[in-house]
Design a protein around this ligand. Structure first.
Ligand code: ASP
Length: 442
């Protein structure tokens, strides 16, 4: 595995910078390697269960202020969070003027995006002062266009020029600037995106995303006790797993680094010795032995089963059925089919209360012999790039389920052989995941 990196972008999540103690851990990580040159901080997150993130306190100030409420207590809490960190680190930086500017702007009715972004802005100032890196305001290097969309091209050009030749810098996460100069934030958790954008702009060797878990786990820890961590995963596998509900990373943050083929390493600030999970475009050059990379699943699916004798000879049948779903604006997830049966798997939430409309539209469109709608299906995705071309993998999954007496309601395997999706009754969902995990991962 490649271990010598010259240029790293390191993003620290809210829990990694929630207190002076966490700042010390993050700074030690940064200082441990000279290659950790570009740092993207989040706002201070939760220090303990039940604590409030600074971003949420800021949002609360804005909400209360626009409705004429009293936001002074929230604002005082925000200032004490930063002052505690500054004091705990014995820094000489004084944020009083910054606090005053923000307070005044809130009083005058500034935008929610501006207020929400100040958590990262202030944390960036504190971190830059603590580690002695240059502070670069994200508003100078991250751009949105007139329609409010992130302007990837302009950002990449401006940011790469701005950071070229810099030894190091701290660029706060989560926000950028609109063409009119006002601040705009990404969606919640968006500092992940900033980290990826910076990594692309400086053509980093790796994007390290420091958080409070040691990477992705092979399975949901609420279902399987102590699942093994995933050491290496491809971007495509990650997409399959996160679509099925497994994620510790903001989805949009994958795009800029994937585009530039930069690996992401998810690491744990509280356990820096753990290698974490490495997300790569291709596993060429990496040793990977596991047949299965991960297992994820979601409940809440419905199957609409349409039966018609000699269906297979009717050209355009499938197209007409899918047009019904498109016209009703219902996205479909899978379409497992037989000779005289076509099934459309959809999210139950999208069809609830609309069963009659769906059935009558299908009736009109393709005149089937029967239409059934079954709810309560859970889908389990078994994902693994190494499954391709390995005979017997599906058989092992099915035997593991059969041994536990679990009935399989649906099977779907893409021809890329990257995943096998199994539909089971919601009542056997948890048992199915446990059985598959036991077969392949323990
Ligand atoms: N502070 C922002 C949030 O809480 C962004 C981030 O942490 O990534 O969503």
């Amino acid at each position: 595995m490649k271990t010598l990196y010259e240029k790293k972008v390191v993003k620290f999540g809210g829990s990694s910078l929630a207190s002076a103690e966490q700042f010390v851990k993050s700074a030690n990580i940064i200082k441990a390697e000279e290659s950790r040159r570009f740092v993207v901080p989040s706002a201070p997150g939760k220090r303990f269960d039940g604590d409030t993130k600074v971003t949420d306190l800021l949002i609360s100030c804005h909400t209360k202020s626009v409705s004429g409420g009293d936001w002074s207590a929230d604002f005082t809490e925000i200032t004490s969070r930063y002052n505690d960190i500054i004091k705990g680190l014995s820094l000489s930086i004084d944020l009083s003027d910054e606090f005053e500017t923000i307070r005044e702007k809130i009083s005058k009715g500034t935008t929610l995006d501006y207020v929400a972004s100040r958590g990262e802005y202030l944390n960036g100032l504190v971190l830059a002062s603590y580690i002695g890196y240059e502070f670069i305001d994200a508003a100078e290097v991250i751009f949105f266009d007139v329609s409010g969309k992130f302007d990837a091209n302009k950002t990449n050009i401006v940011m790469s020029q701005r950071l070229a030749g810099k030894k190091n810098a701290v660029i706060p996460g989560f926000y950028g600037v609109n063409p009119d100069g006002s601040i705009k934030t990404f969606s919640r958790g968006g500092s992940d995106i900033t980290g990826a954008i910076v990594a692309r702009a400086v053509v980093a060797d790796i994007y390290e995303n420091w958080t409070d878990v040691s990477g992705f786990l092979m399975c949901d820890p609420r279902i399987v006790d102590n699942p093994r961590p995933i050491s290496i995963i491809t971007y495509r596998e990650l997409r399959e797993l996160s679509y099925m509900g497994a994620s510790v990373l903001h989805e949009d943050s994958i795009f800029p680094v994937k585009l530039a083929s930069i690996p992401i390493n998810i690491r744990n600030t509280n356990r820096p010795e753990d290698p974490g999970t490495l997300i790569v475009t291709s596993t060429d050059g990496y040793r990977t032995e596991d047949l299965i990379t991960g297992i994820a699943g979601k409940k809440g699916f419905s199957v609409i089963r349409i039966e018609k004798d000699m269906m297979n000879q009717e050209s355009g049948f499938g197209m007409r059925v899918l047009k019904v779903f498109a016209d009703l604006d219902i996205p479909f997830e899978h379409i497992p089919s037989g000779i005289d049966t076509m099934c459309v798997v959809v999210n139950t939430a999208d069809v609830k209360g609309r069963e009659y409309d769906i059935a009558s539209s299908i009736q009109k469109s393709v005149n089937p012999d029967h239409i059934h709608i079954d709810n309560n299906m859970g889908l389990v995705a078994v994902v693994g790039r190494n499954m391709a071309g390995q005979p017997g993998t599906a058989a092992r999954i099915f035997s593991a389920l059969a041994r536990k007496n679990i009935n399989i309601r649906m099977i779907d395997q893409g021809s890329s052989e990257l995943n096998i999706i199994i539909g089971v009754d919601e009542s056997s969902f948890t048992r199915a995941i446990k059985a598959i995990y036991k077969e392949f991962c323990s």
